[in-house]
Design a protein around this ligand. Structure first.
Ligand code: ADP
Length: 206
């Protein structure tokens, strides 16, 4: 278990701003942002895997765990091989993984979770609005319809939220997600920098 990837998990319901925060924090030296949704969206839509992804995501459902873990692990191995992600230099910032208890258990063989950043947003209507705007901008088929968005919330509550208990409150930092991206980032940095420094030191001196 010694060489598991050291990781911080970005957690929060769809539309809570995980991707926005992940991209900003991923630009800070010493962090590598990896979003499972981005991995899936980069698949060729005509491939078997690409089709499977659309089949589930277009309904707001999760892709089955075994496929998800396999695709994720292959992707991470490729990033290491190409020296894009270096596990001894960078904290892995996982966005959208794990999303079920089973995924949390299986992925435990690959990652050492040092912290969970929970972006807390209670106002579902506000989240729906954010997601519809994003769907228009990015052409995301899964967030264009309100009933699909609502289903994603219920999948989050039923399957993903229990993952927080799996890690326990001592690992979880709760952060108010209803603020400007810069203010939320400020809180995220306050929570994660001490953990990153403790495990990796100063990335620029490495
Ligand atoms: P958001 O950023 O809006 O929360 P994502 O881009 O992370 O959404 O995910 C989009 C879709 O990709 C999900 O609805 C699901 O179908 C699929 N997906 C992403 N991560 C996972 C995962 N860990 N397990 C299963 N399916 C996933």
């Amino acid at each position: 278990m010694a060489d598991r990837f050291k990781a911080v998990l970005l957690f929060g319901m769809p539309g809570s701003g995980k991707g926005t925060q992940g991209k900003m924090l991923g630009a800070v030296p010493g962090f590598y942002h990896l979003a499972t949704g981005d991995i899936f969206r980069s698949l060729d839509r005509e491939s078997d895997l690409g089709r499977l992804f659309v089949q589930y995501s277009s309904k707001g459902e999760l892709v089955p765990d075994d496929v998800t873990i396999k695709v994720w692990k292959q992707h991470v191995d490729g990033l290491i091989e190409s020296n894009t992600y270096n596990p001894s230099r960078d904290m892995l910032l996982l966005d959208g993984m794990p999303r079920s208890l089973n995924q949390a258990e299986v992925i435990g063989q690959y990652i050492d979770v040092l912290q969970v950043v929970h972006l807390v947003a209670h106002d579902e209507d506000k989240m729906v609005e954010r997601m519809r705007r994003r769907a228009e901008k990015e052409g995301r088929h899964d967030d264009a319809k309100v009933d699909v968005i609502r289903n994603r919330f219920s999948v989050y509550r039923n399957e993903t939220q229990p993952v927080l208990d799996h890690y326990g409150s001592e690992l979880v930092s709760e952060i108010d997600a209803i603020d400007t991206p810069g203010r939320v980032l400020q809180q995220v940095l306050t929570a994660v920098l001490p953990v990153q420094e403790q495990h990796f030191g100063n990335a620029l001196e490495a």
